[in-house]
Ligand binder design. Structure first.
Ligand code: HEC
Length: 168
């Protein structure tokens, strides 16, 4: 069979497209780094709102440089709202293929229970967001409980094991 030049160009184009679509650039952060850099600090802001009224947190001396978000320029209840939303958004980063766990195992995005735990985390973020909007600490206690369960459910299944066995 003779392949015409336009057909050859088309085939080459398709091959290039498939190659690009298939080549997933590895994610810059492994799963552990992502947890420590995002979910850990953000959930601490949500958890803190249980026993400390965010409205009463005083601004840092230089709020633009504050490492405690509650004392920052975007502090108090706003910090709780934004941290809760960030948790819901970070859930999406736990779903994309191409990320490794610290032990080199792929993040198990193909496992149905992994995706279920991720959705639970996203829901917990939105529950905390609604609670923060109400500026009601009793509701923050309930939301923190939902959040703790969302973190723990996945950790029990995928984290609480020997390093080599994690994420499997
Ligand atoms: C969908 C599953 C999942 C959810 C939900 C999840 N984690 Fe993780 N987390 C893991 C796994 C798996 C590891 C181990 C990562 C690795 O070894 O690279 C981990 C590791 C961590 C670490 C690093 C410590 C360690 O032992 O490696 C912290 C801190 C952490 N998670 C906090 C949280 C918090 C806080 C939440 C909830 C707001 C949360 N995680 C929700 C799966 C999850």
């Amino acid at each position: 069979m003779r392949i015409t030049r336009p057909a050859r160009a088309l085939l080459a184009g398709c091959a290039l497209f498939i190659w690009i679509a298939d080549a997933q650039a590895p994610a810059p952060a492994n799963l552990g780094q992502l947890m420590k850099g995002t979910l850990y600090p953000e959930s601490n802001v949500v958890f803190a709102a249980q026993d400390q009224n965010p409205a009463e947190v005083t601004r840092a001396k230089d709020p633009n440089m504050a490492t405690d978000l509650l004392q920052s320029s975007y502090g108090k209840w706003e910090a709780v709202e934004n941290s809760a939303l960030a948790i819901a958004e970070v859930a999406t980063l736990l779903e994309i293929p191409g990320r490794k766990c610290a032990n080199g195992v792929d993040v198990p995005v193909r496992n149905a229970d992994w995706m279920k735990f991720v959705q639970q985390l996203r829901d917990a973020g939105m529950t905390a967001y609604t609670a923060a909007q109400s500026k009601n600490q009793d509701r923050m206690i309930d939301a923190a409980d939902v959040m703790t369960k969302a973190c723990q459910g996945c950790h029990l299944r995928y984290r609480e094991k020997r390093a080599a066995e994690r994420c499997k």
